[in-house]
Design a protein around this ligand. Structure first.
Ligand code: GLN
Length: 226
């Protein structure tokens, strides 16, 4: 296969924020998860080595825009606003914005969030929706989803809005929390690629298509989503 030009010769550089299980999180010194496995499979298809750069979620788009990273892969939702800064590959997974509250909370529906203090991860779609729907003054932004969950546990905030899979992972490892039985917003996840880099976009989409068709993507999702 023809080699595609990347930021670093022979390497596919992935920018992520490894605080988002089961998509990306640390296991010892390694970043593991759905996105790490998918990026590895794409890199293999393209005959490249994979390197993962961990950064703030907020910095991923800039890293891709500037060409420092080839791929932003971070459970990232495709949005029109982000499309002004980067191109997105075909979608490889879906997400749902979920609401985490304390067990026994009086918050039982999306409507009940009105006037409550809502924690989110900075610059995520959950952050954007929460501010739009419930007012900026009611939204507390944290660098990590896990920090928002800690603030919920300690009673500083009343709810956390975050993607459903990390929500499940956080609730599983924290006592006294529950996920509301309501799906706030449905989303598509895709990889971000430098705007106009059609060679790389086509190469990654080609790899993704093969990995979907041969069942690899489904296998990776099933490995992490129980
Ligand atoms: N899917 C959400 C977004 O794209 C959250 C992603 C994340 O926190 N890694 O904004």
């Amino acid at each position: 296969t023809a080699t595609v030009k990347t930021a670093k010769d022979g390497v596919l550089t992935m920018a992520t924020n490894a605080t988002f299980p089961p998509y990306e999180s640390y296991e010892g010194n390694d970043i593991v998860g759905i996105d790490a496995d998918i990026a590895k499979a794409i890199a293999d298809k393209l005959g490249l080595k994979l390197e993962i750069q961990d950064m703030e979620f907020n910095s991923i788009i800039t890293a891709v825009q500037s060409g420092k990273a080839d791929l932003g892969l971070a459970g990232m939702t495709v949005t029109d606003e982000r499309k002004q800064s980067v191109d997105f590959t075909d979608s490889y997974a879906t997400g749902i914005q979920s609401v985490i509250v304390k067990e026994g909370s009086s918050i039982k529906s999306i409507d009940d969030l009105k006037g409550k203090k809502i924690g989110v991860q900075l610059a995520t779609t959950g952050d954007i929706y929460a501010k739009d729907d419930f007012g900026e003054e009611n939204v507390e932004e944290y660098n990590k989803g896990a920090d928002a969950v800690m603030a919920l546990t300690s009673g500083k905030i009343d709810a956390v809005i975050i993607d459903n899979q990390p929500a499940k992972a956080f609730v599983k490892t924290t006592d006294g929390l529950q996920i509301l039985d309501t799906d706030y917003v449905q989303e598509d996840y895709a990889a971000a690629i430098q705007k106009g880099n059609t060679d790389l976009l086509n190469a990654v989409n080609g790899a993704l298509k093969e990995l979907k068709e041969d069942g690899t993507i489904q296998k990776i999702l099933d490995k992490y989503i129980k």
